[in-house]
Design a protein around this ligand. Structure first.
Ligand code: GTP
Ligand code: MG
Length: 202
């Protein structure tokens, strides 16, 4: 997949406010601060397209970007940040949950996991939920520049073991770094291989 253009469309807080679901869409989700917005910028080669921050909770809305004037890439708010209150957690579950389960044109979600973290409950609860709902997803281990390849192999093996306790097989899995660009080709290839184009409704 060659990225020729990337343009911000809009921020939404409800499914019904999102752009029309008439094009293939890929969405990025994961814990606050895991690097969703940075990964999007790295993929499309634009430093400041999606807003990033070292303070967790930066992305609070569903943000749609159109790529090659052809398909959507979506930045979702993060979940599971320890300092977030129960009520804002419920809010996330409500509006992001609605988006994830009802957005018909969503081809795949990317669930981002910090490469330095052992398996964490919110991530696997979330992936189990996706499994129950039959929503396709891939895992991305982010910030791989912050860890040695040996340690990363160990972390990933722990994640795979954890996942295989409940799952029969593992989802597509990528390793990324927004600093070095690692994973860019592989993730764009996955998008190219899975994308389906929608006939625009008359
Ligand atoms: P929220 O929108 O708050 O949920 O966060 P997010 O998941 O969009 O994370 P964001 O992309 O804003 O990145 C959070 C912090 O991690 C920022 O300080 C980034 O610079 C840093 N970061 C993101 N990706 C990488 C990476 O691959 N390597 C390194 N070293 N830092 C990264
Ligand atoms: Mg963000």
């Amino acid at each position: 997949m060659i990225i020729r253009s990337a343009r911000f469309i809009k921020s939404s807080t409800k499914l019904k406010d999102c752009p029309e679901a008439d094009r293939a869409e890929y969405a990025f989700t994961g814990r606050s601060n895991v690097g969703k917005s940075s990964l999007i910028n790295m993929l499309v080669n634009r430093k400041k397209l999606a807003k990033t921050s070292s303070t967790p909770g930066k992305t609070q809305t569903i943000n749609h970007f159109i790529i090659n004037e052809n398909w959507y890439l979506t930045d979702l708010p993060g979940y599971g940040y320890a300092k977030v209150s129960k009520s804002s957690r419920k809010h996330w579950e409500g509006f992001t949950g609605e988006y994830i389960t009802k957005r018909d044109n969503l081809i795949s979600l990317f669930v981002l996991i910090d490469s330095r973290h052992e398996p964490l409950k919110p991530d696997y609860e979330f992936m189990n939920f996706l499994g129950l709902k039959g929503i396709p997803f891939a895992r991305v281990f982010t910030k791989s520049d912050k860890i040695s390849s040996n340690s990363l192999s160990q972390v990933m093996a722990a994640h795979d073991r954890h996942m295989l306790e409940k799952w029969e097989s593992l989802p597509p899995t990528f390793i990324s770094s927004a600093i070095t660009g690692k994973g860019r080709e592989e993730i764009l290839k996955y998008i190219e291989d899975t994308i389906t184009f929608f006939e625009k409704r008359p």
